[in-house]
Write a protein of this length. Structure first.
Lengths: 209, 794
């Protein structure tokens, strides 16, 4: 079958798709977008998280045919997506797609992390890293700065999830962060640096406003 | 032909020095956050086929026949291979014993053993074709534990053993046995005022790395093959792959693809040979990617173990003796079992002074899933048992558990049961003191100001099972000892190639090793070492491949020590050659060229007094210095097979934990509130990465304390939970705050004084959590992981 949908903005057409293929397979093997990861392919690990019409979903659990006419954002498009959101006053959308179904931003139980605290967690790195000149979204930059990336296999899914959470809840408590990221498994970090990264991104975001 | 996803050089510039001791950022960080980093499952090649592995559905059976005709006739299928199709006389492989068939021959020995492989133009076509292969199995009786494996008339897992341990083991179903006898444990026991003993059980843990086993084999025009794969040791793979393919090693060109975690689970081969066989047979590139279900069968696990321990102590709290017996289940193939036995026995005493010991460790051959390397490697199981014993002894003596440990803690100079002296800092007591001195997390921490209980902070979490009723807090301590590097006389070298030249008017350094970067940050550290030693800002790390000499394994907490040491060593030689060039050119202009200690800093040759003698750009001009050198740590010795004596280890690594848990005693649910760690790292080459290793290792220890276990049916030896739905690893909600206290006590024998760090935090985490649960519940809990029914008695 043929599937038409947008990926990170422009419309795409996938041909010869077998009906049993997942969105994840189509992205990775047919569209040349392997950033969404295939760690469990059973909806347990969150490594393949993408946004489908703005809602974070496990791409492995979405049949390719289900995305017909819809808008997909993957980690490859996250920087552009975040930039667009910033330019449109904090209200990004994936093409014409509707916003997430989660409704109003949640109130957080405890206040978010202050920028000073978050700075304390940021690495005192002096390297600019590779891909100099690559424009990164704030959450991507924070993951690098805070040391939240080790093997990196969980990273794309966590970035998409965390970015969506910060969109809904710009000053999350630690408990909010843990709850929002609880569907994304990481085997390397013990999550501490991932928490640091999200706190850092939130703090930088609040400073920028 | 186009290939995408092949690794490329990673260049890292630096505005300032960026040398060792700084938390420089990962050179692959940007690629990893943009989704561009090419993992082994991301490889794509024009005209590529997909491979699929058919695995046994039974644990132990004779294969009467295999019929592949229908599979082969399936449209889109290019090849179906079984044992009969293997191209040479070499049909088995293995890390230490060559006991593992590439494809099952005549019988299968465990559930999930590869029997046939298929190549097709779509992964689903390959899967469906594999399902059409008909195998006639005749079931054989299974052996699943020590009693059944060594019973009279027990079926032998391997009938004709020809390995180097076959002659000394007491039974053919025992892979290797290592006793350690020192002093006289029976006599020493007479001095004991209290004696405690226990039988402990450690469940089968999975590495559960997130990147599945995968890779791409591309047939070459010369009859060879290019293999892109995620592994822990390229050259070990190569040594096992080439003979089976009937190719000389130089015709099997291996390149490391992006590795999505390893933790020991990629020491053994998985899809490597299969992909090469299919590629060579079809003449087309073949990609194999396991899904999570298959991954649980595609790699070895941590040995489950039964451990019997007896300790004595005098009433003033001094240990008198240790008797212990550790039985590790190695499953159907040897993998790393012999080395795991060596570790378990030699580290069975823990970081304590015990002069009189009677120790025995062994690994079994059974029909359970093969077990081998996982982070902590034999020392993990022992630590679980000896730390439970320490708490029992302290309780019997009415002493504080930390004080009791402190009284018996080893230190620099202590003689181990193997007769080896600990000749670098061993701050066991200090690590315990530090975790104990930390302030406690607040009581009833689930009550946030002015609100109802936050269930996310309670046992049961979002399941909303308690708002604090029935919840009891407990605190537990543990400390462990892990060896660093390959032990027992292994020639544990690494190789580094370093090139210095001028590019675009700037001195640049290229580092090339075969080190497997599996997420630990070795590539970050190599660039830091090169900057420190050669004083340049710009360092390029080349992809790891087999065009350069072996780096040894990314295992045993060894890579920063050994390949880091190799990079340092080659850099030092490059520096000497650069200075020679400088002396030849400029020596006559300044006497310091001949007389002073010279360094390379910020792109210049300087004296140790800081005087600038020349720019590296002017020294090198169009010349380059390019060296590839091997480097070794000091040699070790084998353990005596009868007494266990020998200087078997290179270095030790120590960590201590304090766990604070809250237990819902009615439902048997545990919430770990905090897991504080203190660890001596010798020298933190990259402090941020050090924290990441310690926190990650701690979390894997937490996992096997309260949730992670591969369940194998004792009747059928079949795996019952090969999925992330049924095999649970900690989520961010299960993982507590992990405060870390890092000590840097230099080991004078090691490069920069560093200590291998990756594994030690995995050891003491588990027993600390168990001790805390015991403290909360008063239960004995001699088994890990703890399940709710163990706490409620239901």
């Amino acid at each position: 079958m043929r599937v038409n949908f947008t990926v990170n903005g422009p419309p795409q057409e996938a041909d010869d798709v077998w009906e049993g293929e997942s969105l994840l397979y189509v992205l990775r093997e047919r569209m040349g977008l392997p950033g969404s990861k295939n760690a469990c392919e059973q909806g347990e690990c969150g490594s393949c998280t993408v946004r489908l019409d703005g809602v974070p979903v496990c791409a492995c659990l979405v049949a390719a045919g289900q995305v017909e006419g819809r808008d997909v954002v993957t980690v490859e498009g996250l920087a552009d997506f975040a930039k667009q959101r910033e330019e449109h006053g904090g209200c990004a959308s994936a093409g014409s797609g509707a916003r997430g179904a989660s409704g109003a931003p949640e109130a957080s139980g405890t206040p978010g992390t202050s920028l000073d605290e978050a700075r304390g967690w940021a690495a005192k790195g002096t390297d600019s890293g590779t891909g100099e000149g690559d424009e990164l979204s704030p959450i991507q930059q924070a993951f690098i700065d805070a040391g939240a990336v080790q093997c990196g296999f969980c990273t794309p899914g966590l970035l998409v999830t965390a970015d969506e959470m910060l969109e809904r809840n710009p000053s999350p408590s630690d408990a909010d962060i843990r709850e929002a990221l609880s569907g994304n498994l990481c085997r390397c970090t013990g999550y501490e640096k991932i928490l640091d990264a999200v706190r850092l991104a939130a703090a930088r975001q609040s400073e920028a406003v | 032909m186009a290939t995408t996803g092949t690794p490329t050089d990673i260049t890292q510039g630096s505005r300032t020095k960026g040398g060792i001791g700084e938390s420089t950022l990962r050179p692959d960080g940007t690629l990893k956050v943009t989704g561009e980093f090419a993992y082994s499952s991301d490889m794509w090649h024009e005209d590529m086929l997909w491979g699929h592995t058919l695995r046994s559905t039974v644990a132990h059976a004779e294969i009467r026949s295999i019929d592949t005709a229908e599979a082969l006739a399936t449209p889109g299928v290019y090849a179906v291979l079984t044992h009969d199709d293997l191209p040479t006389e070499v049909k088995r492989y293995g890390l230490e014993f060559q006991d593992t068939p590439v494809l099952a021959h005549g019988k299968v020995r465990h559930h999930g053993e590869p029997v046939a492989i298929v190549a097709a133009d779509h992964p689903e076509t390959a899967r469906r074709a594999a399902a059409k292969i008909r195998i006639d199995y005749a079931d054989l009786p299974v052996v699943t534990d020590e009693a059944s494996a060594t019973a009279e008339g027990a079926p032998l897992v391997h009938e004709h053993r020809d390995d180097h341990h076959a002659d000394h083991v007491p039974h053919p179903n025992i892979v290797h046995r290592q006793p350690i006898v020192r002093g006289d444990a029976d006599r020493a026991a007479e001095r004991a005022d209290v004696i405690v003993s226990g039988e402990y059980v450690f469940g089968m843990q999975d590495q559960a790395f997130l990147g599945p086993e995968s890779g791409l084999a591309v047939p070459g025009e010369d009859g060879g093959v290019d293999l892109y794969v995620a592994t822990q040791w390229l050259h070990s793979d190569l040594r096992q792959i080439a003979p089976v393919l009937g190719l000389p090693e130089e015709k099997v060109r291996m390149t490391l693809s992006g590795v999505g975690g390893a933790f020991g689970g990629r020491e053994d081969l998985s899809m490597q040979i299969h992909a090469c066989l299919l590629a060579l047979r079809t003449g087309k590139p073949v990609k194999i990617v396991y899904n999570r279900f298959e991954s649980f069968f595609g790699h070895v696990h941590r040995h489950p173990a039964k451990l019997w321990y007896e300790h004595g102590a005098t009433k003033d709290g001094k240990l008198t003796h240790l008797k212990c017996r550790i039985v590790l289940d190695g499953g159907a193939y040897a993998s790393a079992s012999p080395a795991v036995v060596g570790n378990a026995s030699s580290l069975s005493v823990g970081p304590y002074v015990v002069e009189d010991v009677d120790i025995e460790a062994l690994a079994l051959y059974t029909n359970n899933p093969p077990c081998g390397a996982m982070r902590g490697f034999g020392a993990v199981q022992a630590c679980f048992a000896y730390e439970a014993q320490m708490d029992k002894l302290a309780a019997r003596l009415d002493m504080d558990p930390v004080e009791f440990r402190r009284l018996n803690a080893m230190e620099q100079g202590t003689l181990l049961p193997t007769g080896q002296r600990v000749d670098s800092p061993a701050p066991v007591a200090e690590l315990l003191r530090r975790v104990k001195a930390r302030p406690m997390p607040p009581e009833r921490q689930w009550l946030t100001a002015g609100e109802a209980a936050d269930v996310r902070a309670l046992p049961g979490g979002l399941s909303n099972t308690t708002h604090g009723e029935g919840v009891v807090r407990g605190v537990g301590y543990a400390v462990g000892i892990k060896n660093v590097g390959f032990s027992e006389g292994f020639d544990d070298y690494s190789t580094a190639r370093v090139r210095m030249e001028v590019v675009g008017g700037e001195p640049v350094v290229t580092v090339h090793t075969a080190m497997a970067e599996v997420g630990q940050g070795g590539v970050t550290v190599h660039a830091q070492i090169a900057r420190t030693e050669l004083g340049v800002a710009q360092v390029t790390i080349q992809p790891a491949d087999t065009r350069v000499g072996s780096a040894g394994s990314t295992s045993a907490s060894r890579q920063t020590y050994v390949t880091g040491g190799a990079v340092k060593n080659t850099c030092e030689h490059v520096r000497e050659q650069v200075l020679e060039i400088g002396r030849a050119k400029f020596g006559t202009y300044h006497p310091a060229w001949a007389t002073a200690e010279l360094l390379l800093e910020s792109g210049k040759v300087v004296t140790d007094g800081g005087e600038v003698l020349a720019d590296l750009v002017d020294v090198l001009e169009s010349e380059s210095v390019d060296l590839e050198l091997r480097w070794r740590h000091r040699p070790t010795e084998a353990f005596d097979l009868r007494t266990g004596q020998g200087n078997g280890h290179v270095q030790y690594s120590f960590a201590a934990h304090r766990a604070v848990v809250e237990v819902d005693t009615e439902l048997g649910l545990v919430k770990v509130i905090e897991l504080a760690v203190a660890q001596d790292v010798g020298k933190a080459l990259n402090p941020l990465s050090v924290l990441g290793q310690i926190q990650g290792g701690t979390t894997q220890g937490l996992g096997v304390a309260v949730m992670e276990e591969i369940i194998v049916d004792p009747r059928t030896a079949k795996v019952r939970n090969p999925s992330f739905t049924d095999y649970l690893i900690p989520t961010i909600l299960d993982t507590p705050t992990i405060p870390v206290d890092v000590l840097e006590l230099a080991d004078e024998h090691a490069p920069y004084g560093l200590r291998g760090i990756g594994e030690a935090p995995t050891l003491s985490s588990t027993p600390a959590v168990l001790a805390a649960i015991r403290d909360a519940t008063g239960l004995e809990l001699n088994r890990t992981p703890v399940r709710p029914e163990h706490l409620t008695g239901t």
